[in-house]
Design a protein around this ligand. Sequence first.
Ligand code: 2AM
Ligand code: CA
Length: 274
Amino acid sequence: MTAPLDPLHSELLHLAQEAARQAGALLRDGRPADLAVAATKSSPVDVVTEMDLAAEKLIVDLISGRRPDDGFLGEEGASTEGTSGVRWVIDPLDGTVNYLYGLPTWAVSIAAEVDGETVAGVVAAPMRGETYQAVLGGGAWATGAWEGERPLVCRPPAPLDQALVSTGFNYVTEVRARQAEIAARLIPLVRDIRRGGSAAIDLCDLACGRLDGYYERGLHPWDVAAGDLIAREAGAVTGGRPGEHPSAELTLAGTPAVFEPLQRLLGDFGAWQD
Ligand code: 2AM
Ligand code: CA
């Protein structure tokens, strides 16, 4: 980190870190051991929903206890305006299907906005033993099993045909089928594709230099708010359709070399036309 942090941004970061750590521990330690087996039955979704709700409640209670005038937008229904100019955008459990099956790629994602701009973001991935964080203008870094912090820097430039690109598929069958067609056209033109299952972690993997690009349709603000800042602070470019911010139509992120060619290609494929 270079310039000293704005004290408000620093306060919001520390609160996000604490909330993400506690919610991550709740999800990790509270996950029923037989959840993977229960995944074959019809009830497990409810178990996951209960964990989602409990994690969001923990986060909102902790933050509003300290900062009662802030607003909230959460996947599990938190939605208040607030009066302080600060709004928290929360995905208490991103990568729900991975969590259900016992795969490690799930995360707690917490972003803090001031007057509509994300200023701090934390993505905690407890089963990876890693947490990714960023402050606007203050860089991105990870903490984990190693000593101290690691600054995050996205990969050096690679041509698109050497790019490892992650994506995701919607829960709605017809939308998934269309996305699969686009992915099938992309595969011969890139190094390979990945499907991690957590938008927040995909964006952080881009920040870590573990991917060259990422795109997905059908995301919500809470899936991307923290990861978007972390990716940008690590030197990645993020956006949506040309000239736009990430949206439900398209969330796209890449190293500076990969972003534009990937955006152009997805446009040629009609990726954001229904
Ligand atoms: P979730 O795990 O919180 O549902 C998977 O491709 C990524 O997309 C995950 O981050 C998942 O978040 C997110 N996602 C959100 N809404 C989705 C939807 N309607 N269909 C598919 N994925 C969705
Ligand atoms: Ca999510």
